[in-house]
Write a protein that binds this ligand. Structure first.
Ligand SMILES: Cc1cc2nc3c(=O)[nH]c(=O)nc-3n(C[C@H](O)[C@H](O)[C@H](O)COP(=O)(O)O)c2cc1C
Length: 419
């Protein structure tokens, strides 16, 4: 599996905030994703952390001085700017924001940012009052206008003891933003609805029927779609997974709750991908009070839950929405026949069938191997891949199935040209 940031150089621009210590970990995390990390520190940043720390951890020299030329043929700020695939300014102080907003190239970091053409992500970190000061707010507005991506600081208790916005965001959100800047935004302008995880069907307040789904496949679909620019609504059954950053996540428990959430958002979705393992049956007569051991019936009467995919297939027939309807099917035999039957019966555009007879696919695994069958009779067996890679193949296929694909592309490129 190729790391997501293989062959990418990220310039990490560090300025003089108390939050510097956090970005040491971020440098390591970027390297785990395969990136080469080149650090540039302001003079003030070096008062908080020695350049040696970043140099030793990233295995790369750290640049701090515009006028220190290691190589007579290289002008440091120009050669660093050219190397960057993405520039991440974290933490970004009020002073650094002001410098950049006013075009002051009076230190190496701001000179590099001004000389670069790579996307720039800025993570401001400062005391709440400094953040809310009109000068800082005006500078942030200017920087947004320049096309820089500003990640809003989080609220919480600050190092100075005050409470409020000004803290660095969680790494997961920053990572997703970095990954998104390096990907084609081929789902921009689309809303996608993804379901994930199992459902729980209660017998009594203590017991339920459920299944082995962990939600990993659905969460991977949500993350990758967001990275490719979509607005993503994730309807999740109970899982232990953290909600993906920048995704509208709704938590539900039962099949009936999942159905309500899917129906509520189905019409606004360009694509619906039902990766959840929705229970087909529920206990017929759940009780409000916990059943005593002795009162437990020897056989459990079941009632069918409603088939959400089928309902959405019917809705699509009437309204044409969601434009692309995708199901997942876990099978242990006759994958093609079973997949084709469900595809036809439920009026789907695409079905991803996985063989659950192997420990490295389907439930709980980090990898998956799916067979993609579309409504035009095309069949594609994907190799064993990480779930995010599998998800990307599913999105590639969905994009090709959008009925307004060419129109959509034209509209989006017109919009991009106007900017
Ligand atoms: C202990 C301490 C913590 C600081 N933390 C911050 C901070 O989080 N954010 C900020 O904007 N400035 C902070 N400052 C002030 C900056 O270091 C100062 O404004 C400096 O000029 C920033 O320069 P630079 O942007 O070139 O790194 C702090 C100063 C001290 C002494």
């Amino acid at each position: 599996m190729q790391p997501l940031l293989a062959n990418k150089t990220i310039l990490l621009g560090v300025s003089g905030s108390i939050a510097v210590y956090k970005t040491v970990d971020w440098a390591r995390a970027l390297m785990r994703d395969g990136a080469v990390v080149r650090t540039i520190m302001t003079e003030a940043a070096t008062r908080f952390m020695a350049p040696l720390t970043f140099a030793a951890l990233t295995g790369q020299p750290v640049n701090t001085d515009m006028f220190q030329q290691a190589d007579a043929h290289q002008i440091p700020h120009i050669s660093l700017a050219r190397q960057a695939d993405c520039i991440l300014l974290a933490p970004a102080t009020a002073t650094t924001l002001a410098r950049l907003a006013h075009g002051l190239a009076d230190n190496l970091l701001s000179a590099v940012v001004m000389a670069a053409t790579a996307p720039v992500i800025i993570c401001p970190a400062m005391n709440t009052k400094m953040l809310q000061h009109p000068a800082t707010q005006a500078n942030l507005t200017t920087l947004r206008r320049f096309g820089y991506l500003i990640i809003e600081p989080e609220s919480g208790r600050m190092a100075c003891g005050e409470e409020g916005p000004g803290r660095l965001p969680e790494w997961d959100q920053v990572r997703e933003t970095v990954l998104a800047t390096l990907r084609p935004q081929d789902l921009a302008g689309r809303t996608v609805l993804v379901s994930a995880g199992p459902t729980r069907e209660h017998l009594d307040p203590a017991r339920f029927l459920s299944n082995r789904s962990t939600g990993k496949m659905g969460y991977a679909l949500a993350r990758t779609a967001r990275r490719r620019g979509a607005r993503v609504i994730l309807v999740s059954g109970p899982t232990h997974l953290a909600p993906p950053p920048m995704v509208e996540t709704m938590r539900v428990e039962t099949a009936a709750e999942m159905e309500l959430a899917i129906l509520a958002h189905g019409k606004e979705a360009d694509a619906l991908v039902m990766a959840a393992a929705v229970a087909d049956h529920r206990p017929a007569s759940p009780t409000k009070a916990k059943l005593k051991k002795q009162a437990m019936p020897p056989t459990l009467p079941l009632a069918a839950t409603s088939d959400i995919l089928r309902t959405m297939g019917e809705q699509k027939k009437k309204s044409g929405r969601p434009a692309v309807l995708v199901g997942f099917a876990a099978e242990s035999s006759n994958l093609t026949t079973e997949g084709q039957r469900k595809l036809r019966d439920k009026n789907l555009d695409l079905i991803a069938v996985n063989d659950i007879g192997h420990p490295d696919r389907g439930f709980a695994a980090d990898t998956n191997q799916v067979l993609l069958l579309d409504r035009f009779g095309t069949s594609r067996q994907l190799p064993l891949l990480g779930k995010e890679e599998t998800a990307d193949h599913v999105w590639d296929t969905i994009i090709a199935l959008f009925p307004d694909r060419d129109q959509g592309l034209r509209a989006r490129s017109k919009k991009a040209n106007k900017k």
